[in-house]
Write a protein that binds this ligand. Structure first.
Ligand code: MTE
Ligand code: HPA
Ligand code: MOS
Length: 774
């Protein structure tokens, strides 16, 4: 498949600069990406005789299976076998948090697209043909597609949870203003470019190797072992990189990998399973839609004294990650504001949709949309700008979050002030006003959006990682961690850590694939914590090796170890360059039989959470920032453009500026898409209507802001962040929430009768209706 290469990426890095340690680094994948040489699951060299497979899934959202006739499909030439739950030697169970999800449906189906069988054939084409020959008879049962209906019918995933601070009931009595309202935010398709997929191959003695496009190699390994009735050591999972995950492959990469492994187990042959886009869209869960209600109370001077919110999470037909996502909604229910009296409750409602799952922000955005709606509603009723209320309530140092953590290193006010002065907010406001005064067919709207996002897995036991470092005898270095590269640039960050600590050239360091036999028992790459957790473990391993090498140098140079330093691949003693280079030092260490391999473990210190009290200190630190979003609405058509999005973002001390800027921009675009144009639609029968890219619109080059400016907030960083470079993967998505409110304000400027709506996404159709609503 791959053409011969004229030169390797290593050569290029070498040509450019052997020791480019100080200069800002490019994503190490960019070279193979632009040449189409980066490897994904579908690029794995398959063994002779490999089978291809397609999932047969439920054509109804809820029902009892009366009969399935596989006979025609089985007879089709090229079909090897069709596997169902009956072929599972272990447990037919893939639920991670709650064991409520079968790999293959047994007697009942609970969502449209639920896997029932795996058709394995000599080609994918034949497997797809065979799928059409399967006849299924289903006795239909009532279908629930909304959280509210599920609540009314008492269908829940688990017990509700509440976070409580102060006493809202008492506090509402002291409020000058009280407002109540309801909000809705829709789901969102992760739309990773590489669809879900896996390739399983038999190893000797019945072991199986799975190459998977997963954020969670251990989850795949553990679940495959469970379904096959294997010990975990018989399953090896390997990941080179993902063509995007965005949370959609934290849990939901697992079933496909397990199905491929199941077929391999029975056939003793390699099996590939790669979903096409239609199958992927139909069968996998998305961001959770939320139906929420709130009550907000303020004093005359616009201080929020009390806030209550109830979040109805549309969890879908099984738990998947819903309980953890629900939890994060509560953690972010007050965004970057200090509210002394809070009561927030989340209810995970069971519906007949595919189990909804992680998506960048992990329930946080859904929580934040509600308080921003409450503030906008309060502002409209009081007759002030929402930004007045936002500004009056920004979190301060030592304020308490509703979950008991005391906020430190708070940058909420700093980023707010910075965004106002750096971008000259007053002038932007004047321009918007002038424009609106002089135009009747177009109106501008503006909104500010502060963010505050907690960094760590909310589930404390998940905050750990390991790194395995080999220094080879020629001085090159190989690194294995649990970090999965999915486009976020974590491999580049890992490489930087090692190269910087050893003070060696980037091309001397290789980041190995993520593999469960080299680094075991890992948490998924998620929660924006991958670089922190794996990077800290890596730093620890590299430091241990460096100490060992310094001891070798100290002996070789006959000087105290404290005087030894390695700079740009040269060993220095007492500040003077010696004739020992990195390479000769490694050679010497080898001759002296010094271990050139190290394995280190890191577990985030300090964090803790007591679920029985719903209090603790769950986050290592928080990430802050503020955005200004301006939009122009075409009041004849209802269409809109974003004129500019101007951000001050808290990177801490960014270790990879280009990568981190890419993360801010990418997350922002996804946030704006979620709030404005990405519209997931299910029919009342539970069928996905937005089932293709022609019916599901994501932002493109033309539909995102004309300009995006991101200025780093000058901060000291956090010691809990890797090299003080704060986590950046998810937080900036929530700047996109501002886009919703900017549009609301533009509509209001056109139509004074307009009553603000809090029903996202704000699609052009909805805008048009709102412009002319009375
Ligand atoms: N960026 C790219 N290009 N592709 C992705 O799939 N996933 C996001 C974010 N940025 C993602 C991404 C999500 S959901 C998370 S949790 C983080 O990256 C995970 O990586 P990190 O922990 O290294 O930030
Ligand atoms: N974020 C992302 N994934 C997770 C989390 C979290 O906080 N907890 C469990 N899985
Ligand atoms: Mo990200 S939603 O934590 O994978």
């Amino acid at each position: 498949m791959h053409k011969s290469r004229s030169h390797t990426p290593l050569d290029v890095l070498k040509d450019k600069s052997a020791l480019a340690l100080k200069e800002s680094i490019k994503n190490i994948d960019s070279y193979t990406h632009v040449r189409g040489e980066s490897l994904y699951v579908d690029d794995v060299n398959v063994r002779e005789g490999t089978y291809y497979s397609v999932v047969f899934d439920s054509p109804k959202a809820h029902g009892r299976i009366i009969n399935i006739d596989y006979s025609k499909a089985e007879k089709l030439g090229g079909v090897a076998r069709i596997f169902t739950y009956k072929d599972i030697p272990g447990e037919n169970q893939i639920g991670g948090i709650i064991p409520d999800e079968p790999l293959f449906a047994e007697g009942e189906v609970h969502f449209w697209g639920q896997p029932i069988a795996l058709i394995v054939a000599s080609s994918e084409f034949i497997a797809r043909q065979a799928r059409r020959l399967i006849q299924i008879e289903i006795e239909e049962l009532p279908v629930i597609t909304t959280a509210k209906e599920a609540k009314e019918k008492g269908k829940f995933i688990n017990a509700p949870r509440s976070f409580i601070l102060g006493n809202t009931e008492k506090a509402f009595k002291d409020c000058d203003y009280i407002f109540e309202g309801e909000t809705f935010s829709n789901g969102q398709e992760q739309l990773y470019i590489e669809a879900q997929g896996a390739y399983a191959e038999p190893l000797e003695n019945g072991s199986i190797k799975i190459t998977s496009s997963t954020q969670g190699p251990t989850a795949v390994q553990k679940t495959a072992a469970r379904v096959l009735g294997f010990p975990m050591h018989k399953i090896e999972v390997d990941v080179t990189r993902l063509g995007g995950g965005f949370g959609g492959k934290e849990d939901q990469a697992t079933p496909w990998a397990v199905m491929a492994a199941l077929a391999t187990y029975h056939l003793n042959q390699s099996v590939k399973l790669i979903l096409n886009r239609h199958d992927d869209l139909r069968m996998t869960g998305k961001r959770h839609p939320y139906e929420s209600s709130y009550k907000i109370g303020l004093s005359k001077d616009l201080k929020i004294l009390a806030y209550e919110a109830e979040f109805l999470q549309n969890s879908g037909a099984a738990a998947d990650l819903s309980p953890a996502i629900a939890e994060r909604t509560l953690f972010h229910a007050t965004n970057s504001y200090f509210v002394p009296n809070v009561k927030s409750t989340v209810i995970s409602c069971k519906t007949n949709l595919p189990p909804n799952t992680a998506f960048r922000g992990f329930g946080g955005p859904q929580g934040m949309f509600v308080i921003e709606s409450a503030i906008a509603n309060a502002a409209a009723n009081i007759g002030v700008s929402p930004s007045k209320i936002q500004e009056a309530n920004l979190l301060g140092e030592n304020d308490e979050f509703s979950y008991g953590q005391i906020a430190t290193g708070v940058e909420a006010k700093n980023s707010w002030k910075a965004v106002k002065s750096i971008y000259n907010l007053e002038q932007i406001e004047r321009e918007v006003e002038d424009f609106n005064n002089s135009h009747s067919d177009f109106k501008k709207g503006l909104a500010l959006m502060p963010i505050c996002f907690g960094i760590s897995f909310t589930n404390t036991p998940m905050n750990h990682a390991r790194a395995l470092v080999h220094i080879y005898q020629d001085g090159s270095v190989g690194i294995s961690t649990a970090a999965v590269e999915m486009g976020q640039g974590v491999n580049t960050k890992m490489l930087q850590i090692a190269a910087q600590l050893f003070s060696i050239a980037h091309h001397k360091v290789k980041i190995e694939t993520t593999n469960t036999t080299r680094v075991a028992n890992t948490s998924p790459s998620a929660a924006s914590s991958t670089a922190d957790l794996n990077g800290k473990a890596l730093l620890k391993a590299c430091k241990a090796l460096l100490e060992r090498l310094k001891a070798v140098a100290s002996e070789a140079l006959n000087t105290a170890i404290e005087t030894i330093e390695i700079k740009d691949e040269i060993v220095y003693a007492n500040g003077k360059a010696s004739d020992l280079s990195w390479n000769t030092l490694i050679g010497t260490a080898m001759l002296k039989r010094v271990a050139l391999t190290e394995n280190a473990h890191y577990a985030t210190p300090v964090i803790r959470f007591d679920k029985s009290k719903e209090k603790g200190h769950p986050f290592a630190y928080h990430v802050y920032g503020t955005a200004i979003i301006t939009t122009t609405v075409d009041c004849t058509r209802g269409t809109y453009v974003f004129d500019a999005i101007k951000i001050v973002h808290d990177y801490g001390k960014s270790m990879s500026k280009g990568i981190d800027l890419g993360q801010v921009e990418g997350a922002l675009v996804q946030g704006v898409g979620w709030m404005t144009m990405e519209e997931i639609a299910y029919g009342e029968d539970g069928r996905l209507l937005s089932n293709a890219l022609s019916t599901y619109k994501v932002p493109d080059m033309f539909s995102i802001a004309k300009t995006i400016d991101v200025v780093p907030l000058e901060t000291t960083g956090s010691d809990m962040a890797i090299l003080k470079s704060k986590a950046v993967g998810e937080p900036p998505l929530m700047y996109g929430i501002g886009a919703y409110f900017a549009i609301q304000n533009a509509i209001k400027a056109f139509n004074p009768n307009y009553k603000l709506k809090f029903h996202a996404p704000m699609t052009p159709e909805k805008v048009l209706m709102s412009l002319y609503s009375r």
